[in-house]
Design a protein. Structure first.
Length: 389
């Protein structure tokens, strides 16, 4: 029988309802405290930092706990057969530093995880491997020419979201700079290949990179479709030249941003594979999965390079077609100018103040009309035969 002493009154648990008993325990116990490294946070503060924090614990490949408290992560990482995932979305800088101290993360890697402008890379440190990659998404509406109405005709529609990962021997910590990249896709990929989770943190990293690369493929596919629509518009007589120029420039701008994200992925996957083989806990069962991932990265890189050539070709073809249209217009103007010059010359000749055959007689008017009609018709037929008119 439990007993509570509240301001001099002794309360026994059987005499109280269970809900009131629990409330009395919480009031007397006060707010819970959670320790992260050397920092102590009260329960109220910890609830505030729950936003943007996700945790999972697998044991022997099976999901055991989801959403466990953040302060328990170091204990779970030391358990035999445990595999831990911690996700931080837009984390507080102080919280990240405390977590780095608790897990012995490299200070430079922590700064890279929150700094802007970092390129995709994979770096090995004493206690972990640090990986930075970028998820991509291209916002293309039903009408590609318009796309997102909130964007200007020259503004990029490519959305890039950075994801950093600290790969530990028995877990992985992911840090996201925003909410654009959906980690539910990664969790679903882990669940689809749950048998791989027995192989350790390398399986978690593979699932993350696999989702990232699949997103690259989707973005490249959309870019390919956009470029094909540009190619169709080049030979559309009703298309507006200025609109095609703006769309081409925007696609080139988006493709430059996309190449900066996709091309370094070859180095990232290569470095991850090298770090895995050099580590003590190397599991050869994942080699085939990483080889397949590297093949996908190569295909995405090659596809991106081919799109670059296609955009260059579209841009040059557009300029060539403009020159061709200008030549056509000039030929038409030249043809009509020549035709109009004939009656001008004839009437000017017959308008001179000297006598000529038919001067002052109706036959002169008839003769001049016949000459104008014959010469103008001959010029028109000649220009039409040469496709000038």
């Amino acid at each position: 029988m439990g007993v509570l002493l509240v301001h001099g009154f002794t309360l026994a648990s059987p005499t109280l309802p269970r809900a009131v008993w629990g409330l009395c325990q919480q009031v007397i116990a006060g707010p819970r405290t959670h320790v992260i490294g050397s920092a102590v946070q009260t329960g109220s503060v910890n609830r505030g930092t729950r936003d943007g924090v996700r945790t999972r614990l697998w044991r022997d490949g099976r999901l055991e706990v989801e959403g466990f408290p953040l302060e328990e992560i170091s204990d779970h990482l030391q358990e035999q057969g445990a595999l831990v995932w911690l996700d931080l979305c837009k984390p507080d800088h102080d919280l990240l530093l405390q977590l780095a101290e608790e897990l012995a993360l490299d200070a430079r890697a922590v700064e890279d995880a929150i700094a802007s402008g970092e390129r995709p890379k994979a770096t090995r440190h004493a206690t972990h491997t640090f990986v930075t990659v970028y998820g991509t998404h291209l916002e293309v509406g039903g009408n590609e020419a318009g796309g997102n109405p909130s964007l200007g005709p020259l503004e990029s529609r490519l959305q890039i979201s950075r994801v950093s990962a600290f790969v530990l021997p028995n877990g992985i910590v992911t840090v996201r700079s925003d909410t654009q990249f959906d980690m539910d896709q990664v969790v679903q990929r882990w669940e689809d290949n749950a048998d791989l989770l027995k192989l350790g943190s390398g399986a978690l990293l593979h699932g993350l990179l696999d989702v990232i690369v699949d997103g690259h493929f989707e973005t490249v596919q959309l870019m390919d479709d956009v470029i094909e629509s540009l190619e169709d518009g080049l030979f559309d007589e009703t298309a507006v030249t200025r609109e095609i120029q703006q769309r081409t420039y925007r696609v080139r701008k988006e493709l430059v941003e996309l190449r900066r994200v996709i091309l370094p992925m070859r180095e990232v996957v290569n470095a991850v594979q090298r770090h895995r083989t050099e580590g003590n806990g190397h599991r050869s069962e994942l080699d085939g999965w990483y080889a397949d991932l590297y093949d996908h990265v190569l295909r995405a890189s090659e596809w991106t390079e081919s799109l670059r050539d296609m955009v260059t070709t579209v841009f040059e073809t557009n300029l060539s077609l403009q020159d061709a249209r200008l030549n056509t217009v000039m030929k038409k103007l030249t043809g009509w100018a020549a035709i109009i010059a004939v009656p001008t010359a004839v009437t000017g000749w017959f308008g001179q103040n000297v006598a000529y055959p038919g001067f002052g007689r109706p036959s002169g008017l008839v003769a001049s009309t016949i000459v104008i009609t014959a010469l103008a018709s001959a010029l028109y037929l000649t220009f039409r035969r040469r496709n000038w008119l």
